[in-house]
Design a protein around this ligand. Structure first.
Ligand SMILES: [Mg+2]
Ligand SMILES: [Zn+2]
Length: 200
């Protein structure tokens, strides 16, 4: 396949980018939704994804989901959460072209998922697999996330990286320790989509 026939993509992290994180009082941490009731979109997500669709990008979720490996929920629950994500977005005219999850964890409770894989971000395996499946030009694509691991995975895959967060970039000091900085900072996912549009 020649470079000209390759498509451009926007890769999106899921938790904290498309759906809200939840406060888990047991651990005093923000956590991923554990069931469909807890799954709720970030307010700007449908609009942003619609813009990404309209600009002609392939829009693909790349997300670590070790909850099955940790015994927190079942594969069927993850599937129904994914179905809800597609449905809520479709109700608002937005479309995801692919959803790639890493289900592994090096310290998984369930042995079948207990591996050091090539797809758990910060490794780039999910992005590379999606690119191979869908014919994506990674150098002309974007990786969007709210965490260090998203930026690392995107950089390793050769994408332009966009970190969602405030302009002060609370995470940038930590990133400096890893010698890494996102290419672009965006306040939220809508501004992120607009920045991608303005670069075309
Ligand atoms: Mg996240
Ligand atoms: Zn994996």
């Amino acid at each position: 396949m020649g470079a000209s026939s390759l498509r451009r993509a926007v890769f999106l992290d899921r938790d904290g980018v498309i759906n809200r994180m939840l406060y888990n009082p047991d651990f005093g941490l923000l956590d991923s939704p554990q069931n469909t009731d807890q799954f709720d979109l970030v307010p700007g997500a449908p609009k942003a994804i619609r813009l990404i669709n309209e600009m002609g990008f392939v829009c693909v979720v790349v997300s670590n989901q070790p909850g099955i490996a940790k015994g927190k929920y079942t594969p069927a629950i993850l599937e129904s959460v994914t179905d809800k994500m597609h449905r809520l977005l479709a109700e608002n005219g937005a479309r995801l072209d692919g959803v790639y999850y890493c289900l592994h964890h090096p310290e998984a409770l369930l042995e079948e998922y207990r591996v050091t894989c090539d797809c758990r971000k910060p490794r780039p395996g999910l992005i590379l697999r999606a690119a191979a499946d869908m014919g994506i030009d990674l150098g002309a694509s974007f990786m969007v996330g709210d965490g260090l691991t998203d930026i690392l995975a995107g950089k390793t895959a050769g994408c332009t990286t966009i970190l969602l967060g405030n302009r002060k970039c609370e995470m940038c000091q930590m990133m400096d320790e890893f010698g890494i900085r996102p290419d672009v900072l965006a306040d939220d996912i809508v501004q992120c989509a607009e920045l991608i549009g303005s670069s075309l």
